[in-house]
Design a protein around this ligand. Structure first.
Ligand SMILES: Nc1ncnc2c1ncn2[C@@H]1O[C@H](COP(=O)(O)OP(=O)(O)OP(=O)(O)O)[C@@H](O)[C@H]1O
Ligand SMILES: [Mg+2]
Length: 437
C-alpha cells in the first residue's frame, strides 16, 4: 500500500513544472524531479537548504516573490525571471508562488512552481532574428526580400528611391543603407525637402559664399558639403521645386555643383538616398517632376507596403514596441489583452507604423499592470470596442435560434420552451424583449 506521503511525492514528481516548498525560515522542505532537472541540484542537496542557495534568482535580494506572497497573502502567477543552475548557467524561468497554510489557516510556508523557458526563449529569438534586420521588423514577403537585398544595395553606390506612405519606415531603411555601406563611418545627413521654401532649400543643400546675398556675411557649407564622404538622405523628394530639380540632376550626373554666389564648381563625394510618399511617376506625367531626374533617382527603388497590407506584422511590431518602451520606462508590460489585439489588428492605420508606435506609447503611460487593456488605448480606438458588436451579434444569434425553434414547433410556446431548455415564462419574456409579441 502506498503511504500518503509517498503518494504525495509521486504526484509531485509527475508534474512537468519544477516545484519546491519552504518553511517559514526559508528552508526547502520539498523538491520535485522537475526541479532537480531544471536546477541541476538533487533533492538530497536541496532539502534543508535556504531556498536562495538552491533557487538562485536575479531578484532574491530585492524582490523575492515568495516573500512578497507570504507577506501579502497574494499569489504571484507567471512572473518571468532568471535563475542560475548548479553549474552557474543562466536559465529563464516563469514562476508562480502561493502560501501554504495548515488546517487552522496559519501560514506554515510557501510553494513555488517554475517552468523552464529556455526553449521558448530560443524559438522567440530565432523568430526575431529571422524577421528583423537593422531594427526593421517584418515578416511580410516583400520586406523580407528587402532584408535580403539591402546589403548589396548598400554596398553599391547607386542612388536609391524609397517609396511608401507616411510612417512606413522610409527613414529606417535609409539609415540601414547607410549603416551597411562602406560609407558608414562618414556622416548621414538628412534634409527634409518639403519643409523649406525654394531659395532656402537651395542654400541649405548647396551652401553659399560670402556676399552671395545681403545677409551672407560668411561662407556657409551646404548639406552636400556636410555629407562629404557619407550619405545624404533627401526626404520628401517629390516636393522639390523645378529650379532645384535641375541642380540636383547635375549633382547626380556629374557629381558636382556650385554654391550660391560662387562661380567655381565643387566636387561631391556623396551617396544619394531619397524618399517620398508621393507617386513620383504620376508627378512626372503631370509635368511636376523632371522625367530625367526621376530616372536618375530611380536606379534602385524600394517600395514599402502600408501597414494595412501587412497586418501579419502587427503582433510582431506590438511586441517590438513593448520591449522598447519597457527598456525605456523600466516597466514590465508583457503584452496586450485579446480585446486590444483584436482592435489593433482591425484598425486601418492611416499613420502606419508610427501610428501603432504612438498607440503603444500612449498605452504605456496609462498601463499600471502587466497587460495593456482596452481602457489604455487612445479614445479614437476605444470607440471601436469589438465586444459591443459581439454582444449584439450574440443577441441576434439567440433571436434567430428562438424564432427557428418556434417555427419548428408551429408556434407552440410550451413545446418550444421545452426544446430550448427554458421556462415558458422566460421564453415569453425574451419574445417580448425582442419585440416579437
Ligand atoms: N518595420 C519596422 N520595424 C520597426 N519599427 C519600424 C518599422 N517601420 C517603421 N518603424 C518605426 O516607425 C516610425 C516611423 O518610421 P520612419 O520615420 O522610418 O517612417 P517614414 O516612412 O520615414 O515616415 P514619414 O513619411 O512620416 O517621414 C519610427 O519610429 C520607426 O522606428
Ligand atoms: Mg520620414
Amino acid at each position: 500500500m502506498v503511504r500518503e506521503k509517498d503518494y504525495f511525492n509521486i504526484i509531485l514528481d509527475s508534474i512537468a513544472d519544477g516545484v519546491f516548498t519552504v518553511d517559514k525560515q526559508w528552508r526547502i522542505t520539498t523538491f520535485n524531479k522537475a526541479a532537480e532537472r531544471i536546477t541541476g541540484f538533487t533533492r538530497e542537496e536541496a532539502i534543508g537548504q535556504y531556498c536562495y542557495e538552491i533557487f538562485r534568482t536575479n531578484v532574491c535580494l530585492e524582490r523575492c516573490a515568495l516573500r512578497e506572497t507570504m507577506q501579502s497573502g497574494q499569489d504571484i502567477i507567471n512572473k518571468e525571471l532568471n535563475i542560475l543552475d548548479k553549474y552557474n548557467r543562466e536559465i529563464p524561468v516563469s514562476i508562480s508562488t502561493a502560501v501554504l497554510r495548515d488546517e487552522k489557516g496559519e501560514i506554515i510556508g510557501g510553494v513555488e512552481t517554475f517552468r523552464d523557458l529556455s526553449l521558448i526563449k530560443e524559438l522567440d529569438k530565432e523568430i526575431h532574428e529571422k524577421y528583423s534586420f537593422q531594427d526593421i521588423i517584418s515578416k511580410h514577403p516583400s520586406i523580407v526580400n528587402i532584408f535580403r537585398i539591402l546589403p548589396d544595395i548598400a554596398r553599391s553606390e547607386a542612388t536609391v528611391l524609397i517609396q511608401g506612405e507616411s510612417g512606413t519606415g522610409k527613414e529606417l531603411i535609409a539609415q540601414a543603407i547607410h549603416n551597411l555601406s562602406p560609407r558608414k563611418d562618414g556622416p548621414l545627413v538628412k534634409v527634409n525637402c518639403g519643409a523649406l521654401p525654394e531659395t532656402l532649400l537651395e542654400s541649405e543643400l548647396f551652401g553659399y559664399l560670402r556676399g552671395a546675398f545681403t545677409d551672407a556675411k560668411r561662407d556657409k557649407p551646404g548639406r552636400f558639403k556636410l555629407a562629404e564622404g557619407g550619405t545624404i538622405f533627401l526626404d520628401e523628394i517629390g516636393d522639390i521645386p523645378a529650379g532645384i530639380q535641375a541642380k540636383l540632376l547635375r549633382v547626380l550626373e556629374n557629381k558636382e555643383y556650385e554654391p550660391l554666389g560662387g562661380t567655381s564648381t565643387i566636387k561631391a563625394d556623396v551617396r544619394v538616398v531619397t524618399a517620398t510618399n508621393k507617386d513620383l511617376e504620376r508627378l512626372v506625367k503631370l509635368g511636376q517632376f523632371r522625367e530625367d531626374l526621376y530616372y536618375r533617382l530611380n536606379v534602385v527603388k524600394i517600395e514599402l507596403p502600408s501597414l494595412r497590407e501587412r497586418r501579419m506584422d502587427i503582433p510582431l511590431l506590438i511586441e517590438h514596441f513593448i520591449e522598447r518602451f519597457n527598456k525605456k520606462t523600466g516597466k514590465e508590460i508583457r503584452g496586450v489583452s485579446d480585446e486590444v489585439m483584436k482592435i489593433l489588428l482591425n484598425h486601418p492605420y492611416p499613420g502606419n507604423i508610427r501610428e501603432l508606435e504612438n498607440i503603444i506609447e500612449h498605452a504605456f503611460i496609462l498601463c499600471k499592470g502587466p497587460q495593456i487593456q482596452w481602457e489604455h488605448l487612445p479614445s479614437y480606438l476605444r470607440n471601436q470596442k469589438p465586444s459591443t458588436t459581439e454582444r449584439r451579434s450574440i443577441r441576434e444569434i439567440e433571436k434567430e435560434h428562438i424564432i427557428n425553434t418556434l417555427q419548428r414547433c408551429s408556434g407552440n410556446m410550451t413545446k418550444a420552451a421545452q426544446e430550448l431548455g427554458i421556462h415558458r415564462t422566460t421564453l415569453w419574456r425574451k419574445l417580448k424583449k425582442m419585440g416579437s409579441i
